[in-house]
Ligand binder design. Structure first.
Ligand SMILES: [Ca+2]
Ligand SMILES: [Ca+2]
Ligand SMILES: [Ca+2]
Length: 229
């Protein structure tokens, strides 16, 4: 089992986007860690009830129940549930646990106010080639859940029935094609093994490279070397 921290840095602002609503915010982070036998949402597919409710109202239920159901069948491991961003631009972090039989991660947040727009990631793999990624940074595009037909941030509710596919929003009001922020996933390593110089919880050639780059370094002779204080 390992622990990761996710930081949602929202950059969405009047500087990054031509159309920017009053009271810009993001709903609380919600998602889970899982294996490849389960998908909670996907571009080109129809949204689940949980994704519809999250994208339209910013609520965590019933998406949390969908993740819980997957956990009871062994396909999900942990729930990711964090705070929102009360005003964009802004930032929020939370931590969660994963294991190597559940190497994927899904997490979402509603763009607010909006009809059914959200940011998120689906099935991001953090365990690759036998080891955990020390850090992963993802740019966040705006997605349309396909469950409400409103076209502007504060459009009245207009249920899309039957639902359309989930798509990337590239037209009004996101025709700038600028990301709304980033998710940064960072492996937490409270007890690093001896020799783990870059703090990714394992000792390998990248640590050796750092060690050799500083080998016999004399900071009196080379005070400008980045390894010197
Ligand atoms: Ca829509
Ligand atoms: Ca709807
Ligand atoms: Ca290391």
């Amino acid at each position: 089992m390992v622990r990761y921290e996710v930081t949602f840095d929202a950059t969405w602002s009047a500087e990054t986007h031509l159309h920017f609503p009053p009271n810009p915010h993001f709903s609380g982070l919600i998602g889970g860690t899982h294996n490849d036998k389960v998908v909670f949402w996907q571009l080109g597919e129809v949204a689940s009830d949980g994704i519809e409710r999250m994208a339209e109202s910013g609520v965590k239920s019933p998406l949390d129940s969908e993740i819980d159901t997957a956990a009871r069948s062994g396909n999900a491991y942990s729930l990711i549930s964090g705070g929102g961003i009360g005003r964009s631009p802004g930032s929020v972090s939370t931590t969660f646990e994963m294991n190597s039989s559940h190497p994927l991660l899904t997490v979402v947040s509603m763009i607010a106010p909006s009809p059914d727009w959200f940011v998120g990631v689906s099935g991001l793999r953090l365990f690759q080639d036998g080891h955990w990624l020390g850090e992963a940074v993802l740019e966040l595009d705006p997605y349309d859940a396909g469950t409400d037909s409103g076209v502007d941030f504060t459009s009245a509710n207009d249920d899309t029935n039957p639902s359309d596919q989930i798509t990337i929003l590239t037209d009004f009001p996101f025709e700038d094609n600028a990301p709304l922020g980033t998710f940064t996933f960072r492996l937490l390593c409270p007890n690093p093994p001896a020799g783990d110089i870059n703090g990714d919880c394992r000792v390998d050639f990248s640590d050796l490279t750092l060690l050799l780059s500083n080998w016999m370094l004399d900071c009196n002779q080379n005070p400008m070397n980045p390894a010197c204080p």
